[in-house]
Design a protein around this ligand. Sequence first.
Ligand SMILES: N[C@@H](CCC(=O)N[C@@H](CS)C(=O)NCC(=O)O)C(=O)O
Length: 219
Amino acid sequence: MPEYRLHCFAQSGNAYKVALMLNLCEVKWTPVFVDFFHGAHRTPEFLKLNPMGEVPVLEGPEIHGHRQILTQSGSILHHLSGELAAFGGQNEGEREEILRWMFWDNHKLTSYTATHRFMTNFVPEEKRSADVIAFLKGRRDIAFKVLEARLGEQDFVATPDEPSIADISCCGYLFWLDEMGVDPADVPNIWAWLRRIKALKGWVAPYELMPGHPLPGKG
Ligand SMILES: N[C@@H](CCC(=O)N[C@@H](CS)C(=O)NCC(=O)O)C(=O)O
């Protein structure tokens, strides 16, 4: 079976979105470790791969000695759902709804969730700013409220009866509620939805799916 190569590291929820999609689709893929915490995403070699300097990067299966390079988790998920005919919705209305929630995720959920977690878990304590952290937490909590309300109405984020790439995108960071200091009891609908995703065949937790955990000195 053709093989994908995912440039990733264990602490990246954005990379997890793609890793999870590949796993749920049961396709063959190999992780390529990006040593993010030592600046590997800013090296000339990496910037040649992705001038945006961001993880994840997905290399498609090799065809005639060439691999397609894809970046931006949302765009990669969209591409894979077409290529693998999975998690893409049943009709045009669902596909539009999926995109709506994926744009929201990229702008309002993952952006604040990921940055707040980064600031409170990975930035050295002496470099943290309480004001910045408070701002990010406030924005994150608003996004959590939106998601919590949505998941009180239906089982999955964009498509009511089955998971889609919108769920895979939105859950990217949310299996780390503990690292974010969020009590599952405060977000019961999100918690129940995470359990539904966990029950899918092929689900694996982020730290078990991608290389680079634990961080040196944190094991
Ligand atoms: N919108 C991008 C965000 C990717 C992103 O921010 N990745 C982080 C790692 S999780 C990164 O590489 N950040 C580098 C930087 O911002 O300089 C996506 O969904 O792929």
